[in-house]
Design a protein around this ligand. Structure first.
Ligand code: DQA
Length: 143
């Protein structure tokens, strides 16, 4: 299986960004753990951008390349981006929306997601383990 993990704005700073909310692990550490854990079954590609249009390009490219699933943490674009929603809706590959924090336990503006309705599912609140849970869901769905 080929799974793409796509991270949006400010998630390049995981490890140092608000560690009380997002933890102190870097995305590179998380990826290394996931790649080891799923070495036999999954090839994991990773892309991060702070730019909305680049995220859309990456999602379309992953779909065009025929990958089996996308794990997307769109960061704050989750709450604002109709362009990302339209993009996800147009893809044939399943997309899982992921958040490290429990967005529903935070500020009200984080309670709304433009993306959830067009994603296969949503995982939020488990820190870095949210990414593993999403990969696991895609693997199980493919079994
Ligand atoms: C986030 C939650 C968003 O509200 C926030 O803007 C982020 C990170 C999370 O992973 O918890 O950048 O997506």
């Amino acid at each position: 299986m080929k799974i793409h993990i796509v991270n949006g704005p400010n998630l390049n700073r995981l490890g140092t960004r608000e560690p009380s909310i997002y933890g102190s692990q870097t995305m590179e550490q998380c990826l290394e753990t996931l790649r080891q854990k799923y070495a036999d079954a999954v090839t994991l590609e990773y892309y991060q951008s702070n730019v909305e249009g680049f995220l859309i390009d990456a999602l379309q490219a992953a779909d065009d390349a025929g990958c089996d699933g996308i794990v997307l943490n769109a960061g704050a674009y989750t709450h604002t981006s109709i362009a990302l929603r339209d993009c996800i809706k147009s893809l044939s590959v399943p997309v899982i929306e992921v958040h490290l924090s429990n967005v529903h336990a935070r500020e009200e503006f984080r309670h709304t997601s433009m993306l959830s309705a067009v994603c296969k599912g949503v995982i939020a609140g488990f820190g870095m383990d949210s990414y593993r849970l999403a990969v696991e869901a895609l693997v199980n769905a493919n079994a």
